[in-house]
Design a protein around this ligand. Structure first.
Ligand code: RIB
Length: 314
């Protein structure tokens, strides 16, 4: 395990999953589903993926004072994540997500944010010393945007690398974007942020150009199984993904971000860290559920060795 510190700020949910033949359209009932629950939430998924990827992780979140919150905390502790700064809120339920997973691996998600909305900028300001001493701060957009801004500002002022996974998709102001070191949108999020429809490498390059123009150092647009398009002021490059049989794509993006943070925390080059994250994300879609699908370091390394002909720097 690396000594470098990763702080993840974000949501924690319990995912209620129904596997169905296909995702119902409005007004439709689809019978024959299979139900299961799994630990989820974009923030928590990224924290778990970073920890299983070999990172030393502290997770900052807000959960309810309920059974779902207890179970989430137990899971984080089992994963060796520092849970000292997770806030517990009375009278509000922990976050819950209802997820349909179709036979082709696609999903549809609705979230009741619950206690996730109670993580406020003051909570983050109180943790300024922790944030300013970390190596990497990783965030997403399932907690209040003012909270994300506060954390980004504190980290930026302290010279800490800020990775923002702008999911779920929403527009963001330039004030926040200029504090970000690495942004990791998927095609849909990139389009919302830039007004450029991302369909291929060329359009990804155009969208990346817009984001670089906002003062972000590195732009990484994830393109599903195709891999990730990587851009900085000097480089434009596609880092290819890996072909696997997808069972459930839920949290593939989260696993990518967590593994990316773990790779960077141990000083892999950005290209190597993206390759590592692509491998972790590919493995994740072969397993049902969000956190259950985050693989461990040894498994990711073994997978990478097996596919070493696709290995960057191989
Ligand atoms: O990115 C997947 C996650 O989105 C799920 O775990 C769900 O909880 C929602 O937050």
């Amino acid at each position: 395990m690396s000594d470098s510190k990763i702080v993840v700020i974000g949501s924690s949910n319990t995912d209620m999953i129904i596997q169905v033949e296909r995702i119902p359209v409005p007004g439709e009932t689809v019978l024959g589903g299979k139900f299961s629950t799994a630990a989820g939430g974009k923030g928590a998924n990224q924290a778990v993926a970073a920890s299983r990827g070999g990172g030393n992780v502290t997770f900052i979140a807000s959960i309810g004072n309920d059974v779902l919150g207890d179970q989430a905390l137990e899971g984080f502790a089992r994963d060796g994540i520092n849970i000292e700064y997770i806030k517990r809120v009375k009278g509000v339920s922990s976050g819950v997500a209802l997820i349909f997973v179709a036979k082709n691996g696609e999903n549809s998600i609705a979230v009741a944010s619950g206690a996730n909305t109670e993580l406020n900028p003051d909570d983050i300001y109180d943790l300024r010393s922790l944030i300013s001493q970390t190596k990497i701060l990783l965030m997403q957009l399932e907690t209040p945007i003012e909270t994300v801004k506060q954390a980004a500002l504190l980290a930026h002022e302290a010279g800490v690398k800020v990775i923002l996974n702008p999911a779920p998709a929403q527009t963001l102001d330039d004030e926040l974007l200029q504090l970000i070191s690495i942004i990791t949108p998927n095609e849909i999020e990139a389009e919302l942020l830039t007004n450029v429809k991302v369909e291929d490498e060329v359009s990804a390059g155009k969208a990346a150009e817009v984001l670089l123009g906002k003062g972000i150092e590195y732009v990484l647009i994830t393109l599903g199984a195709r891999g990730a398009f990587f851009a900085s002021s000097e480089i434009r490059k596609m880092i290819p993904g890996f072909k696997v049989d997808a069972i459930d794509t839920t949290a593939a993006g989260d696993v990518f971000n967590g593994a990316l943070a773990a790779g960077l925390a141990e000083d892999k080059s950005l290209e190597e860290a993206i390759q590592f994250a692509n491998a972790a994300a590919a493995l994740s879609v072969t397993k049902l559920g969000a956190q259950p699908s985050a693989h461990y370091r040894e498994e990711i390394d073994t997978f990478l060795k097996k596919h070493c002909n696709q290995y960057v720097n191989a």
